[in-house]
Ligand binder design. Structure first.
Ligand SMILES: NC(=O)C1=CN([C@@H]2O[C@H](COP(=O)(O)OP(=O)(O)OC[C@H]3O[C@@H](n4cnc5c(N)ncnc54)[C@H](OP(=O)(O)O)[C@@H]3O)[C@@H](O)[C@H]2O)[C@@H](O)CC1
Ligand SMILES: Nc1ncnc2c1ncn2[C@@H]1O[C@H](COP(=O)(O)OP(=O)(O)O)[C@@H](O)[C@H]1O
Ligand SMILES: [K+]
Length: 520
């Protein structure tokens, strides 16, 4: 099942609703501490004799830590607690937890450095969802001490969020905790799935507090392999190639054949009935040589001022034979590509995927982006391309606003790609690897998206394809080395990544061909 993701404010509302129904804040804190205790023991193994250092702040995140200390002592672990702001700063529930801890025979150590000596595991209960901005002292110093201890090999469990990480936007303060496990309480917070925050969380574990209800509307979703596989097309038995979808790729200006080859390969490897690549003459020959499965043709000279109208008309005419058009990889920049992209956006009656130079061209004619349109438009910008489309700094957590403003599905690429469709659905990609941070992998993705939409324009499929592409990157990195993956290897890995997502060990001699209904 897709994982629902919420903002910290939504989780606070869930808390408040639980309080209205008679659940006490104390009970929620005890449940939170129970999840933390399990995470500590899962990480470190047997609890008896385990030395656990818990650094607490003065808010409820610190209160969770004090409740945890008591529970760990109950199972025979040795908890060392430091309230970094001083125990006298605690009020309300955290003060109640402090008193319970002291009544249980616990003590408090005044300095974080001293508390950390000899720890097997440390727990970050410094700052939670009530904090904002750059951590101030004494938190700042405590975070540094925790980092120094982790550098010596002591693992860190973060309570709710790693301190200094913004669980709404995914941004990370200059001084922030890096955890090995993060126990996110109540419901998964969207910012923890986004980068750079995701890189600070380690394993993400959800600690259910019984406050989430089915009717709660998440701001985003995260797909797993099975979710993504089920969203992706499966060829219907008896289909012929035209019914399996026809993709037209418009790419590869003169001298830019590589992008055209990779986008075409992306479409072919993702599995589609027919792929045609339209490219400038030299690039077309390269595509024909590199991808024999694709048909190829040329478009007229987009660089020629007097002739680009003819080239645009030619592309539009050829698009009549396609179910989806992908434009942009290696298309080049200038008046010709801009005129072509504008014509495609305004006149094409087919789903259109715009990547790379086509996104740059669109930034030249922003009125084309906001005009009402009937066809589905998918934009796949990386951060630099997205920055050209929006005013001000790019925030990937605002992808859903961009999608609504433009009436387009926005695939905001990067680590933890965010896909947002204009109907309000958002997905944060959980797959992928830094191995994908190399030239041409985005071209492979745009071809894959074209292939997947050729059968059915379900925009959730775009998010599923992003997940698939991430898995292909991981598979390529596993076969080679993350530092030595080229985009062509990602394209090679696309089919096996799909088979793995489907849980398919590969063809077995004599096995019946699986039908989609058997796989659901
Ligand atoms: N709701 C519930 O029932 C449940 C909540 N639970 C737990 O509560 C956590 C949220 O607790 P919370 O709201 O008390 O905030 P929390 O993050 O502990 O601390 C805020 C403190 O930080 C301070 N501060 C702020 N910014 C700062 C900065 N930049 N640098 C330095 N200090 C800064 C701020 O001080 P102030 O600025 O106001 O003086 C304030 O004192 C949540 O993450 C979860 O763990 C669970 O127990 C389950 C039940
Ligand atoms: N650090 C990373 N971790 C995971 N995925 C990444 C990372 N860096 C880049 N990617 C992915 O790699 C692809 C790069 O696309 P793009 O920048 O358009 O490349 P190009 O234009 O060279 O084809 C995107 O799918 C992006 O999400
Ligand atoms: K924390």
């Amino acid at each position: 099942m897709p994982t629902p993701l919420f903002t910290p404010a939504q989780v606070r509302e869930m808390d408040a609703r639980a309080f209205d129904r008679g659940t006490s804040a104390d009970a929620l804190m005890e449940r939170a501490a129970g999840h933390l205790e399990r995470a500590v023991r899962d990480l470190a193994g047997y609890g008896y004799g385990l030395r656990v250092t818990i650094l607490c702040g003065k808010g409820n995140n610190g209160g969770d830590g004090l409740a945890l200390a008591r529970r760990l002592t109950d199972v025979g672990a040795r908890a060392t607690v430091c309230v970094v702001t001083g125990e006298e700063t605690l009020e309300g529930l955290p003060a109640v937890q402090r008193d319970r801890w002291l009544a249980r025979g616990g003590t408090l150590v005044s300095s974080p450095q001293e508390a950390l000596v000899g720890a097997d595991v440390t727990v970050d209960c410094l700052l939670g969802t009530g904090a904002a901005g750059e951590p101030r002292d004494p938190y700042r110093t405590a975070i540094a001490a925790l980092a120094a201890e982790r550098a010596q090999g002591t693992p860190v469990v973060a309570c709710d969020v790693p301190s200094g990480v913004d669980a709404e936007t995914g941004t990370v303060a200059e001084r922030a905790v890096t955890a090995d496990v993060t126990v996110t309480l109540g419901a998964e917070k969207v910012g923890l799935r986004m980068w750079p925050a995701r890189g600070r969380c380690g394993d993400l574990v959800t600690g259910d507090l019984g406050i989430l209800e089915r009717r709660d509307e998440p701001v985003a979703w995260s797909l797993d392999d099975r979710d993504a596989d089920h969203l992706l097309p499966f060829p219907p038995p008896g289909a012929h190639k035209r019914q399996r979808g026809r993709v037209l790729i418009v790419a590869g200006a003169q001298g830019m054949s590589g992008a055209a080859v990779l986008a075409t390969r992306g479409a072919v490897e993702a599995g589609v009935g027919l792929v045609t690549c339209l490219a400038a003459p030299g690039s077309r020959d390269a595509v024909a040589g590199a991808v024999p499965e694709a048909l190829t043709a040329t478009f007229g000279d987009l660089d020629d001022r007097d002739d680009h109208d003819a080239a645009v008309a030619d592309v539009l005419a050829r698009a009549q034979d396609a179910d989806v058009v992908v434009a942009g990889p290696g298309l080049g920049r200038g008046g010709g590509p801009t005129a072509l992209v504008r014509a495609l956006v305004e006149r094409l009656e087919r789903p259109l995927v715009l990547d790379a130079d086509a996104v740059n061209a669109l930034a030249e004619v922003p009125e084309a982006l906001t005009a009402p349109r009937a066809n589905a438009l998918v934009l796949t910008p990386h951060e630099g391309e997205l920055a050209r489309l929006v005013d001000g700094p790019v925030q990937r957590n605002r992808a859903s606003e961009y999608a609504a403003d433009w009436g387009a599905t926005v695939v905001a690429k990067g680590p933890g790609t965010v896909t947002a469709s204009p109907d309000g659905r958002t997905w944060v990609c959980a797959s992928g690897s830094v191995a994908l941070a190399t030239g041409g992998t985005g071209d492979v993705l745009s071809g894959m998206i074209g292939a997947v939409l050729a059968g059915d324009v379900d925009l959730a499929r775009v998010a599923a394809t992003v997940h698939w592409h991430g898995r292909a990157g991981e598979a390529a990195a596993a076969l080679r080395h993350p530092a030595a993956v080229r985009a062509g290897a990602v394209a090679d890995a696309v089919p096996t990544a799909r088979a793995r997502m489907a849980g398919d060990p590969g063809p077995r001699p004599g096995a019946p061909i699986p039908r989609p209904e058997d796989r659901r």
